[in-house]
Design a binder for this molecule. Structure first.
Ligand SMILES: [Zn+2]
Length: 489
């Protein structure tokens, strides 16, 4: 009965033929997709907090049923589910646990006016650039579906000197409703520019690195958040939208970590990398080849590292997870007890495929993290007074990424026949009793600027650099600081 009711209710908002197929699938299968996107059909919505009897099993069931999971509290084993009005009984009938709280949301009411709109962001970025022209540039890395420029900011110590430096990359707002994330990115820009003349730490970061920030990956979705639906998550493809963070090509649509239905909030899109926003990010990351990255999301107070599919860890897990765990330990929770929870998506939440960090890692050897800022008590759009404590807290997180660039690892500059090598490989293998670290052999590509930058735990390593037929082998003892290596072939 429940399935029929849901199927019929969906019919009113959707064309009839599509509706019948939804109904047929729902009635014949053990699962129903009827809940998903209900809040997108207009009217009020609720965020329901459930304490799941079986945390991971419950989350999987909610995903399979097509529910929009806003966030979780790992320590308490609760999930926040966004649903249309009248569906609480149906949610309860799944028997996944106890409903702890229900919060009404009016999606027609935009966020607190203090949060930054796309138009305000554009003005702010140009204003910083005008104040700090020597160290900051702004460029468009591509356009959204509706034609808005996606902005990327570069901050470094001197834009006029063409120095070869490693890139560190930060981005925010893949998901439109996560308005705090753009605030975190703007605070980074504020801190890195206004403190560049007075703060030795900032000067060191800017001297050593090119720092890149994309403060709003999804400007169209953000426009919708301000104009008609504050719970909007996706981009604006043909009105229904695609979840940009399920659209990246790596493992796209392979492990039940996204939806193939356009009404779902985790719709992966018609093909891998189909979306202009995704393509802009892919082209940009391919160009700058960052070493470390953070993608800011909200909410749940998590630090997530690759990979997203069930049971899969990265081959250099020791480093990826070690850095991620340290990153999480620097971020106290809003409630005052404990710090952010680190893990893969499938350990903390559920499987994710087509996410950005898996693609960065697999394609370009970036060591990437997602940080989910704020707790369920704040949600997606807390009162603007939450901005200050949130962005101040996150400084320790992104600051650690910049510090980590000069800590244990190997940075090499490769020349072959007197020229900078633009192509080649670097294989790093644990040596001697360092094998206890459990690092698998990892092959890195030499970047187009003739460098490689390997973040790795301290220990002894065999490093093998190959350009064409020429090879260079060396044993390197890596300590607490970055080891600089000049390789001539
Ligand atoms: Zn998100």
């Amino acid at each position: 009965m429940r399935l029929q009711t849901n199927g019929l209710r969906r019919c009113f908002g959707i064309i009839l033929s599509g509706c019948l197929s939804v109904f047929a699938i729902s009635a014949g299968a053990t699962v129903s997709y009827a809940h998903a996107g209900e809040h997108l059909m207009g009217g009020k919505a609720k965020i329901v907090t459930i304490k799941l009897t079986d945390y991971q099993g419950g989350l999987r069931r909610l995903i399979i049923d097509g529910y929009d999971i806003a966030g979780v509290d790992v320590a308490n084993g609760t999930a926040d589910v966004v649903i249309g009005t009248g569906s609480v009984t149906e949610l309860k009938s799944l028997g996944l646990g106890q409903v702890m709280a229900t919060k009404d949301v009016d999606p027609s009411q935009g966020p607190d006016a203090g949060y930054t709109t796309y138009a305000e962001l554009t003005v702010a970025l140009n204003s910083y650039k005008a104040r700090f022209p020597e160290i900051m540039s702004v460029e468009s890395i591509g356009k959204s579906h509706e034609g808005r420029d996606i902005w990327a900011v570069k901050i470094t110590d001197n834009l006029n000197v063409n120095a070869v430096k490693p890139a560190v990359f930060f981005n925010a707002m893949h998901h439109a409703r996560e308005v705090m994330t753009t605030e975190v990115a703007l605070d980074m820009i504020e801190q890195l520019t206004t403190r560049s003349a007075s703060d030795g730490k900032v000067q060191e970061w800017l001297k050593r690195n090119d720092i890149w920030i994309v403060p709003m990956v999804n400007p169209d979705g953000n426009n919708k958040v301000w104009t008609s639906n504050s719970m909007w998550r996706k981009n604006m493809r043909e009105g229904y939208g695609v979840d940009i963070n399920r659209n990246y090509p790596y493992a796209w649509g392979t492990c039940n970590g996204s939806s193939g239905s356009s009404w779902s909030d985790t719709y992966r899109g018609p093909s891998a990398g189909s979306e202009p926003e995704t393509q802009a990010m892919m082209g940009f990351v391919s160009r700058i080849q960052p070493v470390l990255s953070i993608s800011f999301h909200s909410y749940s107070e998590l630090v997530i590292y690759p990979y997203g599919c069930d049971g899969v860890h990265t081959p250099d897990r020791q480093t990826v997870e070690g850095v991620g765990q340290h990153l999480a330990s620097l971020l106290p929770k809003d409630g005052g007890s404990g710090t952010y929870d680190p893990g893969t998506s499938w350990e903390l939440l559920y499987a994710v495929d087509g996410g950005d960090i898996d693609w960065y890692y697999n394609e370009h050897h970036v060591i990437p993290y997602v940080i989910e800022v704020n707790s369920g008590a704040q949600g997606f759009q807390p009162p603007f007074s939450w901005r200050k404590p949130t962005v101040e807290k996150l400084r320790a997180g992104w600051g650690y990424m910049l510090d980590r660039m000069s800590q244990s690892g190997i940075r090499g500059t490769v020349t072959a026949n007197g020229q900078r090598a633009t192509d080649g490989t670097v294989v790093v293998t644990p040596a001697g009793d360092n094998s206890v670290l459990g690092e698998a052999v990892r092959t890195y590509k030499i970047k187009p600027d003739g460098t490689f930058h390997v973040v790795i735990e301290p220990g002894m390593y065999k490093v093998s650099v190959q350009v064409g037929d020429a090879r260079y082998n060396v044993d390197e003892m890596v300590g607490a600081d970055l080891k600089e290596l000049s390789v001539q072939l």
